[in-house]
Design a protein around this ligand. Structure first.
Ligand code: FAD
Length: 244
């Protein structure tokens, strides 16, 4: 973590850059993590709330993305951004703990996003499979297509159950919440990628065209395997919990 926050009297002065920040370019208020004591490693990280109207804050870049184009992503710059000491979130040096707790909560949310996307793609695929006629029959009546739909539906229901279970453990503040949060994001995002890819396949050539929503759903699904920690990192979290 390269961003620094230095205490000066009753204020903190923040300097650094944050990349790929969801909704950053349009936010009024930002939560930022910064090093208040670099010598302490993760125990030197603190969290702050920064109103974006504060002098020294700027948006350096709006990213051009593959998908989720409804949500702007940007690079944010903090140049001698001064905030009152009361803008420190919780205690100094506890930022890493807050970040990890936040991720436990937000990962099932990404799982839920993935389930919603997958369900939408399945609904579109079912509609298409009923309407499109080839060789004198709706394509859904071919076993090859019907079984694809069955796999998609079963996987979505399994992923949704896992997301609900993880959300319950987060609500209960269970000791297993990190494990199941990571599992729910890993499974649901992989399901979303598979389901959206297969939904596009069911729509054939039209699946590839922008006229239909399939290609957008496939592009949107990809991010759920990346942000809030990649799925490789989810496996790291899960295996660490298993080997504790
Ligand atoms: C659209 C979008 C929005 C985002 N929004 C936000 C946001 O609002 N706030 C925010 O803080 N961040 C945000 N991010 C950042 C996002 O969380 C990171 O991009 C993501 O966690 C991956 O980190 P990275 O890009 O540095 O990839 P890297 O860490 O460089 O990873 C590259 C590859 O190496 C693999 N890898 C890395 N380490 C390991 C390891 N130990 N074992 C095995 N494989 C490994 C990764 O899985 C990946 O496949 C956003 C990103 C995107 C694309």
């Amino acid at each position: 973590m390269a961003t620094r926050a230095v205490k000066k009297g009753d204020r903190y002065v923040i300097n650094g850059t944050k990349c790929f920040i969801t909704n950053g370019p349009v936010a009024n208020l930002i939560t930022i993590f910064a090093m208040t004591d670099a010598s302490k490693g993760v125990k030197g990280i603190s969290a702050f709330v920064v109103p974006t109207k504060t002098p020294g804050f700027s948006v350096a870049k709006w990213e051009k993305k593959m998908g989720i184009k409804g949500s702007p992503t940007g690079e944010l710059v903090f140049e001698d951004v001064e905030v009152p000491a009361e803008n420190l979130v919780g205690e100094e040096g506890k930022g890493f703990v807050y970040a990890m707790k936040t991720l436990d909560t937000s990962r099932p949310v990404i799982g839920a996003q993935a389930c919603g996307l997958a369900r939408g793609a399945l609904e579109q695929a079912i509609k298409y499979a009923k309407e499109r006629v080839q060789f004198g029959r709706p394509i859904g009546s071919f076993q090859g297509i019907g079984w694809m739909l069955a796999d998609m539906a079963a996987e979505i229901d399994a992923a949704r159950s896992l997301v609900y279970q993880a959300a319950r453990l987060v609500d209960e503040d269970s000791p297993n919440k990190s494990y199941l949060s990571a599992c729910s994001k890993l499974v649901a995002s992989d399901v979303a990628m598979r389901v959206t890819t297969n939904a596009l396949q069911i729509a054939g050539g039209y699946g590839y065209m922008r006229e239909y929503p399939f290609e957008r759903m496939m592009r949107d699904a990809k991010i759920t395997q990346i942000y809030e920690g990649t799925n490789q990192i989810m496996k790291l979290v899960i295996s660490r919990e298993l080997l504790k």
